[in-house]
Design a protein around this ligand. Structure first.
Ligand SMILES: Cc1ncc(COP(=O)(O)O)c(C=O)c1O
Length: 383
């Protein structure tokens, strides 16, 4: 499948050749741990043992690389497994990471509680403030870790500008592209060095599988990541890889609908008497709107709101919707509602990333938008 083909075409066909032995249009799930050899070292198709490679995982990895426009794709058992492998590949004790001050709580926990005790320095900064990023770079800084839109406050970082700043200082620029998905934003084309994903979210798209990914261009880094993927073994299993591929086929149409639904809902919520703020980059009033409009195709399906009534109102709101289900995670076809300070971001309480207790996060699904708006409005009325 040529990279010149449209995104939607690649989402359905890249890495997805039909099975030559039976004609099955869908490549089979290779539920196998090992591969018979034609004499010692005689590998059919290069496969030896499934931690090192499995055809179903390869088809997902080819697809991910194609969609992000990268030379190499790697698939993992979860987003955090991917992040852990990447950080091991890039860091040594004494190195330093600069991380956005509004990232997924688990990402910060991984850096702060696993890599900092190993001797890595960590600082957090508002990535939308380019001067603060420049000022935060030290001689030992190795990574700028960007999440845009960020989780959960929907901050927007200018990937091209940050890539320029990072590269001028010899720093590797990593973007967690989970909230946008490659359909809405392709960080490698904006100058980033590495993209990571929790494929659990929009890529999988159906809340039925965990997964993570790394996509990059550098041959040198690819060698390290490939080695660690094999040596550490946090790989995705074949059934998980197959489900993720199936989800990705509809990514383009799902993201269009997620974005349209979220835009309508956000516009209806602006000015609501129960709300102090609506955080959605598709709103012209959002401070990152112009940058988001430049680097994203549309603005995605995530909205956060801050309640005027404080933590008790936020909790009650999160427990009062009927279509939006109260649950961790995001990016599935069904709408979810979450209370970050005690759910996704409970682990960052007491750090610079602590989420205000009046904030509620909405993952806007692809149900009928009128039903979604009515559900949120009735929950706000109950306060
Ligand atoms: C932006 C972001 N990155 C990474 C992760 C971690 O992914 P996983 O839960 O698949 O390990 C999450 C999970 O919520 C996330 O929201």
């Amino acid at each position: 499948m040529s990279q010149n083909n449209d995104f939607s075409t690649r989402a359905i066909h890249a890495g997805q050749e039909f099975d030559p032995t039976t004609g099955s249009i869908i490549p089979p799930v290779y539920l196998t741990s090992t591969f018979v050899q034609d004499g010692i070292g005689g590998f059919r198709g290069g496969y030896e043992y499934a931690r090192g490679g499995n055809p179903t995982r390869s088809s997902l990895e080819t697809l991910l690389a194609s969609l992000e426009g990268g030379a190499h794709g790697y698939s993992f058992a979860s987003g955090l497994a991917a992040e852990d492998t990447l950080l091991r590949a890039l860091l040594s004790p004494g190195d330093h990471i600069i991380m956005g001050n509004d990232v997924y709580g688990g990402t910060h926990r991984l850096a702060n509680r696993v890599f900092v005790p190993w001797g890595v320095g960590l600082s957090t900064v508002d990535m939308s403030d380019l001067d603060a990023v420049r000022a935060g770079i030290r001689p030992e800084t190795k990574i700028l870790w960007i999440e845009t839109p960020s989780n959960p406050l929907m901050k927007i970082s200018d990937v091209a500008a940050l890539a320029e700043i990072g590269h001028a200082a010899g720093v590797i620029v990593v973007v967690d592209n989970t909230f946008a998905s490659p359909y809405l934003q392709q960080p490698l084309s904006l100058g980033a060095d590495v993209v990571v994903h929790s494929t659990t979210k929009y890529l999988g798209g159906h809340s039925d599988v965990l997964g993570g990914a790394i996509i990059l261009n550098s041959e040198e880094l690819a060698e390290k990541v490939g080695f660690l993927q094999f040596a550490v073994g946090a790989v995705s299993g074949p059934l998980d890889a197959w489900l993720t591929v199936r989800g990705i086929k509809t990514l383009a149409v799902r993201m269009d609908r997620h974005s349209a639904n979220a835009q309508s809902l956000a516009e209806r919520l602006v000015g609501h008497l129960a709300l102090e703020a609506v955080y959605y980059p598709g709103l012209e009033s959002h401070p990152g709107h112009a940058v988001a409009a430049r680097q994203m195709k549309s603005f995605g399906g995530m909205i956060s709101v801050a309640l005027k009534g404080g933590p008790s109102a936020a909790r009650k709101f999160a427990e009062s919707t009927e279509i939006f289900q109260l649950a961790e995670s995001l990016g599935g076809v069904e709408s979810l509602i979450g209370y970050p300070s005690e759910m996704t971001h409970a682990s960052v309480k007491g750090t610079a990333l602590e989420v205000p207790e009046n904030v509620v996060r909405l993952s806007v699904g692809i149900e009928g938008v009128d039903d979604l708006v009515a559900d949120v409005l009735q929950a706000l009325e109950r306060l």
